[in-house]
Design a protein around this ligand. Structure first.
Ligand SMILES: *Cc1c(COP(=O)(O)O)cnc(C)c1O
Length: 346
């Protein structure tokens, strides 16, 4: 396999920088599952404060945050309302069905964002033959929706409908900090209307591993049961948590650069004949585009880019996704744009 010089496949592709590695090397550690790891405790306090929740819990991945939250909120036979593009629908191996035992009712939102009225319309009436509506899940930002940002008013409206009918609301906040930086709305304001929320450390924040799930005291107490059950309780995990605290101090404001780079990449490749930008708003760090008009398949384009050291993902026969992050600066993003334009020239 050719070496990859410019990696726009995902914001999971970051390498921990020297300052982060230093913080990891120097981390004070203890037994995480007995709450004796000072670095984990500190990270959890930081995230709980940042999100305005009582408590937080360190976990190995965002997927485990989602699965634990679904399991805490739902019982077997319950139904979860989520957008059809959601990560819990498409990318967690039907975990909701396996772990919580819950079905998902997929809504057809606009760029991954549905409206309070859509939730209202999808509620079950409580008849014995129906699943029981139990939880609404929103993704901030919506990955499949193109990195789109849930407006606060829409979130609040969805929360009102959910609460009014006794449903809980969970936020998949894999890129919540991208939404906060891009919109100027604080992460705690986006988190306020939801019962549970998590941040991914291993996406744009640039950590090697980890995610932090937050909620009320009662929610986190129950979440600990699932953390043990699923094998997510750790030991000297402070080495990983220290990377998270370092990232929260150094890698949040800079997400704005990723958003600028994504926008400039979209502008460049949007001018290539036959290329359509699918999320022309480019609100954050994701650029989805379609190469159908060039007569090439995404598989071919991906392979030709890879020969030149550039990795951009294919996620449909002609659809592709580029993701900007701290490992790819402006010159590299420009170079990838130029290369695409060269490869796709008629
Ligand atoms: C990446 C991602 C996840 C899963 O996070 P992992 O840390 O990779 O398990 C969940 N939801 C969304 C929207 C994501 O982009």
């Amino acid at each position: 396999m050719e070496s990859i010089r410019i990696n726009l496949f995902s914001d999971t592709q970051t390498q921990p920088p020297p300052g982060m590695r230093q913080a990891m090397a120097e981390a004070e550690v203890g037994d995480e599952q007995h709450l004796l790891d000072p670095s984990v405790n500190r990270l959890c306090e930081e995230v709980a404060a940042r999100l305005g929740k009582d408590k937080a819990m360190f976990l190995p991945s965002g997927t485990m945050c989602n699965q634990i939250a679904l399991a805490v909120h739902c019982a077997s036979g319950d139904e979860i309302i989520a957008d059809r593009t959601a990560h819990i629908v498409n990318s967690e191996a039907a975990g909701s069905a396996v772990v919580a035992g819950a079905a998902i009712r997929a809504l057809n939102g606009e760029r991954g964002i549905f409206q309070p009225a859509d939730v209202e319309a999808s509620l079950r009436a409580g008849r014995a033959l129906e699943p029981r509506s139990r939880l609404v899940v929103v993704e901030q930002t919506s990955n499949g929706g193109g990195g789109s940002i849930w407006p606060l008013a829409t979130l609040v409206g969805v929360a009102e409908v959910a609460r009014g009918h006794g449903l809980a609301l969970h936020m998949d906040g894999a890129r919540l900090l991208n939404a906060a930086v891009a919109s100027g709305t604080a992460a705690c304001d986006f988190a306020d209307p939801v019962d549970s929320v998590w941040l991914d450390l291993s996406k744009g924040l640039g950590c090697p591993v980890g995610a932090v799930l937050a909620g009320s005291d009662a929610f986190i107490r129950e979440a600990w049961r699932w953390k043990h059950r699923l094998g997510g309780a750790m030991r000297q995990a402070g080495i990983l948590a220290a990377a998270g605290s370092w990232a929260l101090a150094h890698h949040v404001d800079r997400l704005a650069e990723d958003h600028d780079n994504a926008r400039s990449f979209a502008q460049r490749i949007g001018s290539i004949e036959g290329v359509t930008i699918l999320n022309p708003e480019v609100e954050t760090n994701l650029v989805f585009f379609d190469v159908a008009g060039t007569g090439q398949s995404s598989k071919d384009v991906t392979a030709r880019l890879r020969e030149r050291g550039v990795w951009i993902g294919a996620n449909g026969p002609t659809r592709m996704r580029a993701v900007t992050h701290l490992g790819v600066g402006k010159p590299a993003v420009d170079e990838a744009g130029e290369l695409l334009s060269e490869l796709l020239a008629p």
